[in-house]
Design a protein around this ligand. Structure first.
Ligand code: 26Q
Length: 809
């Protein structure tokens, strides 16, 4: 039955059953929301059945599996992707139309599952799609946060955070597996007791035990056999309710303890590329690692009845350092519970684990206070100390006498536990996410480790789920591609290269241009419906969408916009191409400068609104609550993609790939994946500017003085002065001070140094846009060159080089 597609009649019958059972109503009585849920439930059933068949095959063939560990999965919506991947969208559309419902309306009933901050979490979601589409046996592990990333409201230019209540509406995709719960231990004391059998038993005293309950989500591949499982853990209090305290009359304390337990999975930490050494975060991380490793061991024992072959059958991937405690947790289980000798266990662990680094920003490298760590995780602390001692002895062989080096590489030192060092030491492979980033890791961040273990270091450039980000979110472009190059690219994205053959075909160019224009109209309508904001669809759509961070330099973009604004204020008749700047960005709630930059953008927008003549040519739109669904609506409409981070800071970037694939032209620095996009698209099809990462390093070494740029560039000086005067009635003198110095390092991300180069390159791009034929040709060639940036390619590389897993067909 598994691969037999239901007919429209069967679909209707299934929907009727769900409506009757769960809502006590008929299709005629059902609300859109009820029909959305009923639809999702029928898909969930199909997926569960398909998953069962796939799992059986994996068990029979004894195939090796990968477990992808990540604190974030930024999934967005699931209904459309699942329907399209299963090839059921047309049938459902028909069935629902017969029942009086528009499928598109139902899509809009689904809340985004925003269980992630940005790039890292979205990458994990894209990877799940490719894993199932390529028939790899895969499970993702994460936490079932009750609240995902906050909802952003903008009030008078200020970001206000509201809780993201996603479960009503999102829970239809989750299958609770209370029968597969595990206990996770925290705190207390541990003692070793040698048994007559020769085993050392670990005795836990006064530890707190919290139950981890799995909620499974099934993720369908496109036209494939595999269904991946995403297992999200929720902390449960009921089981743990302290009856002893309760019967002693200590109701409040009993209640308090229970609430503490449940708070572990209450909310996602909203910071991106910045760590907070908070106890709750450490608790979340260990909760994820312990529950997941126990689950992996249980699954493995159920199939093989021994752990001797664990390293042949299991790969565990650490997506950044956040799940690094999998390493000591796996050691704990192998040594304490299955009595493997330390060396044997360690050999298994390092063969099983692999690690991806996603950042070189020092503030994002995770360290924990050792005292806090020991209190919360005493046994794990002891295991890490042992790992550290053995490592230091080994490193001594390579760097004899070099205590300084060894101490810098150690896991525990100066009262800190260093997660990145533990991840490198406990993994057989360490990769960066773009060529440039991987080279920087070898050259600087992990240089000592690279000299010790050169064979461990590798690169896999990121990729995106091209079916979601191109085929499903830009159906008109996908149709044009189907007609011109065939549908092969849907499974084999490098075939997009074939599209380049049409770069000089006037008819295709015209269709390509018309599709972009229609997408701009669609997005303008979408925005108008949502917020009442109007867009001029004949203006260039210049888009910067990403988390708000100083290193990403939304401020550099803002400075240039201010310059154009001042030009137009001087001369409203200036002959320039109308341009609309679209920003989407959330700031971490405690990140003051990021919030000020949001306010600046909003106030520039307000100021422009006050000048009707300027508004004809220049607009700035700040999208409230930018999320995955907004990205899907916006990206197909973008003309220009802003990827302007200070070179050497953006590990890869993935928004850049989505925009490129949808035919936006990139204006960017030689940073992250931009470097490889340039190699793929050619310099005539991209707008590159600014310092290279080597030049940035040299400039720091020489001494960077942002004031020189202020003194030598009149235009820039005028822009900075305008910040002090302010916009929309708000002065931004503090941002002027930030750029020029006065407190802290002046202009730490070198906006001033790159300004002139950015301005000139940007002007070149806007001029190029005026030649519509030439622009469209460049855009088409970008789409054609984007196949390399599909997650299918990334996943094959991970599978072949790090995980050593094969598709199960
Ligand atoms: C760590 C500790 C405590 C609290 C929060 C965190 C935390 C959370 C999220 C630290 C970092 C992140 C997210 C990082 C991230 O998204 N990095 C991005 O990863 C993308 C995928 O590889 C890259 O494309 C981006 O360049 C990189 O910035």
């Amino acid at each position: 039955m598994t691969n037999v597609k239901p007919t429209a009649a069967q679909i209707k019958e299934n929907l009727d059953i769900k409506l009757a059972r769960y809502f006590g109503c008929t299709a005629a009585e059902a609300s859109k929301d009820q029909m959305y849920k009923a639809t999702a439930m029928t898909i969930r059933d199909i997926l569960a059945e398909k998953r069962g068949a796939f799992k059986k095959k994996v068990n029979q063939t004894g195939a090796k599996r990968v477990y992808y560990m990540c604190m974030e999965f930024l999934l967005g919506r699931s209904l459309k992707t699942n329907l399209c991947n299963l090839g059921l969208d047309e049938e459902y559309k028909k069935a629902l139309a017969d029942m009086g419902f528009e499928l598109d309306d139902l899509y809009n009933c689904e809340p985004d599952a925003g269980l992630g901050n940005g790039g890292l979490g979205r990458l994990a979601a894209c990877f799940m799609d490719s894993l199932s589409s390529l028939d790899y046996p895969a499970t993702g592990f994460s936490l079932c946060y009750e609240y995902g990333l906050f909802k952003q409201m903008i009030v008078d230019g200020l970001q206000v955070e509201l809780p993201d209540v996603w479960l009503p509406g999102g829970e239809v995709w989750l299958v609770p597996r209370t029968d597969r719960s595990f206990k996770v231990r925290f705190g207390g004391r541990v003692r070793e007791e040698w048994k007559p059998s020769g085993h050392c038993e670990i005795i836990y005293e006064d530890t707190e035990e919290i139950e981890a309950v799995p909620y499974d989500m099934m993720i369908s591949g496109a036209d494939s056999q595999a269904v991946s499982r995403l297992r999200l853990w929720r902390a449960r209090d009921i089981q743990n309710f302290n009856m002893r305290l309760f019967t002693q009359g200590q109701y409040a304390r009993a209640q308090q303890e229970a609430t503490n337990a449940a708070s572990i999975t209450k909310v996602l930490y909203p910071s991106d590329n910045h760590t907070e050494g908070k106890l709750l975060r450490l608790t979340q991380q260990y909760f994820l690692c312990s529950a997941s490793v126990q689950s992996i061991i249980r699954d493995h024992m159920a199939v093989y009845g021994t752990l001797d072959n664990l390293a042949e059958k299991v790969a565990i991937h650490l997506n950044d350092t956040h799940p690094t405690l999998c390493i000591p947790e796996l050691m704990r289980i192998l040594v304490d519970e299955y009595f493997y000798p330390w060396d044997v266990a360690w050999h298994m662990v390092t063969r099983i684990c692999s690690y991806t680094n996603h950042t070189v920003l020092p503030e994002a490298l995770e360290t924990w206070n050792e005292d806090l760590f020991r209190l919360k995780l005493p046994r794990i602390h002891a295991i890490i100390k042992e790992i550290n001692e053995r490592f230091c002895r080994e490193a001594w062989q390579t760097f004899p006498g070099n205590w300084q080096k060894i101490s810098a590489m150690s896991v525990v030192g100066y009262g800190q536990v260093r997660m990145a060092n533990l991840a490198v030491i406990g993994s057989h492979s360490v990769n960066g996410v773009s060529k440039l980033h991987s080279n920087i890791l070898k050259k600087s961040v992990f240089n000592d480790f690279f000299r010790l273990y050169p064979e461990r270091f590798d690169n896999v450039t990121n990729g995106i789920a091209h079916r979601r980000w191109l085929c499903y979110s830009n159906p008109e472009l996908a149709k044009l591609l189907d007609e011109t190059i065939g549908t092969g690219y849907r499974h084999n994205p490098v075939e997009l290269a074939e599209f380049a053959k049409f770069a000089d075909n006037d008819e295709i160019l015209e269709r390509f241009r018309a599709i972009k224009h229609n997408n701009k109209i669609s997005f303008a309508n979408h925005l108008y419906r949502k917020s009442g904001q109007k867009l001029d669809t004949h203006a260039v759509f210049d888009v910067q969408i990403k988390r708000l961070h100083e290193y990403k330099r939304q401020l550099l973009n803002a400075l240039n916009i201010i310059g154009i604004f001042l030009d137009l204020r001087d001369n409203p008749n200036l002959d320039i191409t109308p341009q609309t700047y679209i920003f989407g960005a959330k700031a971490a709630p405690g990140y003051h400068m990021a919030k000020r930059i949001i306010q600046l953008l909003c106030m520039i927008s307000k100021e422009i609104e006050r000048h009707p003549a300027i508004r004809e040519k220049l607009n700035l739109v700040f999208l409230e609550n930018y999320d995955v669904s907004t990205a899907e609506a916006l990206i197909p409409s973008a003309d220009i993609s802003e990827q302007i981070s200070l070179a050497g800071k953006e590990a890869s970037g993935t928004g850049c790939m989505k925009l490129m694939m949808n035919g936006a032209l990139t204006i960017g620095t030689l940073d992250g994946a931009n470097v490889e996009m340039l190699a793929a698209a050619g310099e005539e099809n991209m707008f590159i500017f600014g310092l290279t990462s080597n030049e940035v390093d040299e400039l720091w070494a020489r001494g960077y003085h942002s004031t020189e740029f202020y003194a030598n560039n009149e235009r820039l000086a005028r822009i900075i002065n305008a910040l002090t005067t302010g916009f929309g009635g708000e002065s931004f003198a503090d941002i002027a001070t930030y750029l020029l110095g006065g407190q802290g390092i002046a202009d730490p991300y070198m906006c001033m140094a790159d300004f002139e180069s950015y301005r000139l390159t940007h002007e070149k791009a806007i001029k190029a846009y005026a030649d519509r034929q030439r622009w469209t040709r460049m855009a088409l060639l970008n789409t054609a060159a984007s196949g390399h940036f599909a997650a299918d390619r990334s996943i094959r590389e991970y599978a072949d080089r790090f995980w050593n897993i094969k598709p199960v067909k």
